[in-house]
Design a protein around this ligand. Sequence first.
Ligand SMILES: [Zn+2]
Length: 466
Amino acid sequence: MDVKVKFMGGAGTVTGSRFLLETDRFRLLIDCGLFQGLKELRLRNWESFPTDPAKIDAIVLTHAHIDHSGYLPKLVKEGFSGPIYLTEASLELVKILLLDAGKLQEEEAKFAAQKGYSKHQKPLPQFTQEDAERVFPMLKAISFEQEVTIADHIQLTAYNAGHILGAAIIKLKVTGENQEKKLVFSGDLGRYRDPILNPPADIPFADVLFLESTYGDRVNESIDIDKRLGRVIRETYQRGGVSLIPSFAVGRTQMLLFYLHRLQEKGLIPAIPIYVDSPMAINVTELYKKFVHYHHLGPSLEEKGANPFLHPNLHYYREQEASMSLNHIKGDAIIISASGMATGGRILHHLYHRLPNENDSVLFVGYQPEGTRGRKILDGEDTCRIYGIDVPVKASIHFIDGLSAHADQAELVTWCENFISKPKYTFLVHGEKKASEKLAGILKDTYAWNTICPGYMESFELFSGI
Ligand SMILES: [Zn+2]
């Protein structure tokens, strides 16, 4: 028997993760992501899927992020009907993320139609909320470290990856006539010292490893987040202003809540109200309360006063009216709202009201890609266009790095050092070409690993005659 792999995305880029594994009698897709970012990549989302979706037997998802899960609604629409394996926490998270993505795409298509495309060219969303819902009955929950048989010759085990809630490293055991082989997919790996999530599990053996390399060329300097976050909040408070934090709903918001709660507990920032103004962030935070064994905050969620997601200073605002009411607050408040790159959502009305006020602060906590509003504000532009109006930027603008959910180069190498014997091949995936090649070079030069940086649509025969 042979095992073949084809890289249908997530190769030479950080998005569109999807790898097709084939044996003589089974076709398994690892991740089913959307391409994001550059137009040239996004156009791939509109091409027909590189293999007949009806002929894929099953899917395994490493985690819920859209660049790993966002193609699912389309794949189902195009004929995929098998099971989709993922951890219990990923299952709940992926429902939230797919519905949100469907809603955004419906809104974008509507907006494009209003802007007046040709009458015959009605802009269509990639998928709708209804399409997203069609995926839900196919999701099959698995637990960490419990072997699941997905075909008579393929066993699957998920291990904690520490990247976002429920994120998994996937090990597949493929049994041939003569031998058994282990394939390990790192998925996206998290940090070794995350305040909420557990560090990525050590995996001692792999015949073939598929390793992410998002930060293959970058070492994150260690940043004292408490200190920097504390200083901005304190100074804003002293000026009588409000601190506004554009944040991502998954992971980043919960991490911020952890830090803000700890700063308030230690008396390093005043005990002022913290508003979480994003229904999606609220829904995701609920999952942290539900899946306590997926992170290490468990005991503190039970203890009075120790729960960063439930304390008297913390207020969750779901309703639109409640959200708008925050515009009247003049000082003594911290507002967390989405989206994290200020590309859309409720954060826009907050920015519209806060940017012109020199007492207020806007605090970015994640990378702001070129072309986004967030990037323009950070680059020091005098005005910011919101709702068609050039809003003057008078508020004080800050950026706090170090809240990333990705292992950096040093952490990726540390994770690789835990292998007792080196894999026969290591494919560097989920990275820009430069990042993948840098990490490949380190693994090759320092540890004599046999590394490959695959290209888009490239395929390999992993074992012949196992
Ligand atoms: Zn991810």
